[in-house]
Design a protein around this ligand. Structure first.
Ligand code: SF4
Length: 338
């Protein structure tokens, strides 16, 4: 089972599109963290513990203690365990990198583009740009960690500089990138540019497979089983995956936690356990909404706040363009390989 611990609502960045909602000082208690781990270990099969926020590295002490406990329990019980964390890469000193490496963390690093794009999209609270620091830390990650991927939120106004960012990352040593087109944006005037950029990047991705340094770019190739990339993967949706808020409430996915106020998408809590009736009701609701627009992908998309119909339509468009880009790139690959 995969359990995603939202360690804190706090964050030091103020991203223009932040899905986490209002930031406030509310951290997961030690007891809530331990109970969440117990829940993950109560199910048979491999355990995956994932840390999320806000910015989870703000709560590094808690992350480290819970990781040590979970690793100890897994060793004692002979269980397979995997750790992952999603970070904004602003709090990454040597001790953090050593720790993540020691416990073989799969690290998701959020970087939206070249410095100027990162400064604009993901400034610090207060407005100072984060680009210089984040790119410096990305370089350190490339030098110290093996298992990581860059998560790039793509918006209509970042498209033009996207290929430059991918190239810069490739030169730095990044080999896995997930493109996450923002479904809430108005893409009506940007379809041609999105198509052009996706065709270019799919080609880079496919042709790089012929080299010794392949560049894995999602959604053109899958990077991680069950990935939630807004286009192709799907999550366990409460059945074999759930997210726990700092207060101990359960959600089907970490992106639905926000400030922990949407009781309509909660699926239980640590005190009362999982609400199976609610899970099946939300699954049906999501299935119905998604079948009406043919978007496919992760069910959680249908439960996001905001204009869900617009979001699902955009996701259907991303999938269509991805399919076309992959087809063209496959043809190019066959011609080169022939
Ligand atoms: S780093 Fe994440 S939690 Fe922090 S402001 Fe950006 S999107 Fe929100």
């Amino acid at each position: 089972m995969k359990v995603c611990l939202v360690l804190t609502h706090q964050c030091n960045l103020g991203c223009s599109y932040c899905y986490a909602g209002e930031k406030f000082k509310s951290s997961m208690s030690w007891r809530t963290g331990l109970e969440s781990l117990r829940l993950a270990f109560s199910r048979p099969g491999p355990v995956e513990v994932s840390f999320f926020g806000g910015e989870p590295m703000i709560a590094f002490d808690s992350l480290a203690r819970l990781t040590r406990v979970a690793a100890h329990w897994a060793r004692r019980a002979g269980r397979e365990i995997r750790f992952s964390v999603t970070t904004n890469a602003t709090i990454l000193k040597d001790k953090h990198l050593r720790f993540l490496k020691h416990y073989k963390f799969f690290v998701g690093v959020s970087v939206d583009g070249v410095e100027e794009v990162q400064d604009r999209q993901r400034p610090f609270v207060g407005g100072r740009g984060s680009g210089e620091l984040v790119w410096r830390n990305l370089e350190a990650i490339c030098q110290h960690l093996e298992d990581f991927r860059v998560l790039m939120v793509v918006r209509p106004d970042t498209l033009a500089l996207l290929p430059a960012a991918v190239e810069k990352m490739y030169r730095l040593g990044v080999s896995k990138i997930s493109l996450l087109p923002e479904a809430e944006s108005d893409w009506s005037g940007s379809r041609p540019l999105l198509s052009q950029v996706y065709h270019q990047l799919a080609r880079v991705c496919f042709l790089s497979m012929l080299t010794e340094e392949p560049m894995w770019i999602s959604p053109f190739v899958e990077l991680h089983p069950g990935q939630q990339n807004g286009g192709s993967g799907s999550c366990g949706f409460g059945a074999d995956e759930l997210a726990v808020s700092p207060a101990g409430n359960f959600y089907p996915c970490a992106r639905l936690v926000g400030p922990d106020r949407r009781s309509e998408v909660r699926i239980g809590n640590l005190e009362e356990g999982l609400d199976w009736e609610r899970i099946s009701q939300l699954q049906s609701q999501a299935d119905e909404q998604m079948s009406s627009c043919g978007s496919g992908g992760c069910k959680c998309l249908a439960l996001m706040p905001g204009d869900q119909l617009l979001q699902l339509k955009n996701v259907a468009m991303f999938s269509e363009i991805t399919g076309q880009a992959c087809l063209a790139a496959e043809t190019a690959l066959e011609m080169v390989a022939a």
